[in-house]
Design a protein around this ligand. Structure first.
Ligand code: NAX
Ligand code: ADP
Length: 313
């Protein structure tokens, strides 16, 4: 079993920042998103919505025609085209990055000293590039595929119990992190963030399971990108692996509570930031009527979670 440390409200309070008097859209961080495709244009909107909800100062979107016009029509705050950035998000809504028209840019981003969230179809670039400053965000099936591509083998969890499966996944994420030298965030009801060289992984146990719906991973990738861009823009030095892992963990924690908040709202209740703070302070008691959510509901609930976190920071 790999050692884990739960990520908690106090950790989030230490990391979440509000804009200050001298801030501008640029000092709050520029996030570049190369996500979505003709096949999955919706994922472009969801990843941009995640970045916006996370408080991105400035967002650039790089992609083909259909997702570009969808992003512009849904989120006019996003600026179209590449350019200077403090962090990037690549791969969400891309089937295969190798076959994508952006393949060269995507490879460059993976190998650049720029904090980059590598999701979905971009994970296949890891085995044949020299990745640098990346946070890999696979779900279980993508972690299996990545392990196989890296020659680390696959694992069969078909006959394993839940706890055993978690242990095996943790070990598998650890071996990918050590092999690649990159941070691995393995998604699920329990999300773990494994940093190469660090003994302890961060653990986020979701307070509800309503996030298990299509597109929520795209929202997560965009939000972590915005958090990374903010942290990088605030720092005079390149972010360390440890600092990047904290931002990834913050993203997973905010995401899990945003799903909870959105599911509570689905009951018809108006949930205030104060009530969200109450639930986050006593997670074991977080209950109430809940109902199904869409990924975009989750993104819309993110600012409330951030406001609740900032309340007593
Ligand atoms: N609205 C959109 O445009 C959406 C686009 N999406 C994009 O669709 C592409 C394909 O995503 P998939 O994740 O379905 O593709 P995969 O090709 O990774 O999934 C293939 C198989 O993996 C297994 N699997 C999928 N999710 C899993 C999970 N969370 N845990 C364990 N096993 C799992 C299932 O058996 C599935 O049939 C990605 O680029 C993704 O970003 C999805 O995010 C859904 C929403
Ligand atoms: N049972 C669950 N309970 C809580 N959260 C879950 C559960 N299943 C999935 N999630 C979360 O939902 C998101 C799903 O992401 P992903 O699998 O990439 O889906 P998609 O590709 O459709 O966006 C992740 O953040 C994951 O942690």
């Amino acid at each position: 079993m790999i050692a884990t440390r739960p990520f908690e409200l106090d950790d989030a309070r230490r990391l979440v920042t509000a804009p200050a008097l001298r801030d501008s859209k640029y000092t709050r961080g520029v996030t570049l998103l190369a996500t979505g495709s003709e096949e999955y244009p919706g994922a472009a909107v969801l990843s941009c919505a995640g970045a916006l909800a996370g408080g991105a100062g400035f967002m650039r979107y790089l992609g083909p025609e259909t997702p570009t016009s969808l992003v512009l029509s849904r989120l006019p705050e996003v600026v179209v085209g590449g350019g200077r950035a403090d962090a990037a998000v690549i791969g969400s809504g891309i089937g295969s990055a190798r076959d994508d028209a952006r393949a060269t840019e995507l490879r460059e981003l993976v190998e650049m000293d720029l904090p980059t969230v590598v999701d979905a179809g971009a994970l296949e670039l890891i085995a044949d590039t020299t990745p640098k400053s990346c946070i890999l965000t696979p779900h279980e099936s993508e972690l299996d595929k990545l392990g196989e591509q890296l020659g680390l083998g696959t694992i069969s969890t078909q006959k394993s119990g839940r706890r055993r499966t978690r242990t095996v996944r943790g070990k598998q994420a650890r071996s990918v992190a050590e092999h690649t030298g990159q941070i691995v965030l393995i998604k699920g009801a329990a999300t773990r963030i494994v940093t190469p060289g660090a003994e302890t992984a961060h653990l986020i146990e979701a307070p509800s399971h309503w996030a298990a719906t299509a597109g929520t991973g795209d929202v997560l990738a965009g939000m972590i990108g915005a958090f990374l861009a903010g942290a990088a823009a605030r720092s005079s030095m390149p972010l360390t692996n440890e600092e990047m892992a904290w931002q990834a963990s913050l993203g997973a924690w905010v995401h899990a509570w945003a799903a909870w908040t959105a599911a509570r709202r689905a009951s018809g209740d108006h949930i205030t930031a104060e009530e969200v703070l109450d639930a986050m302070s006593h997670p074991a008691m977080a209950a109430g009527f809940m109902g199904p959510i869409r990924a975009s509901d989750l993104a819309r609930a993110v600012p409330t979670v951030l406001a609740a976190t900032l309340a007593e920071a």
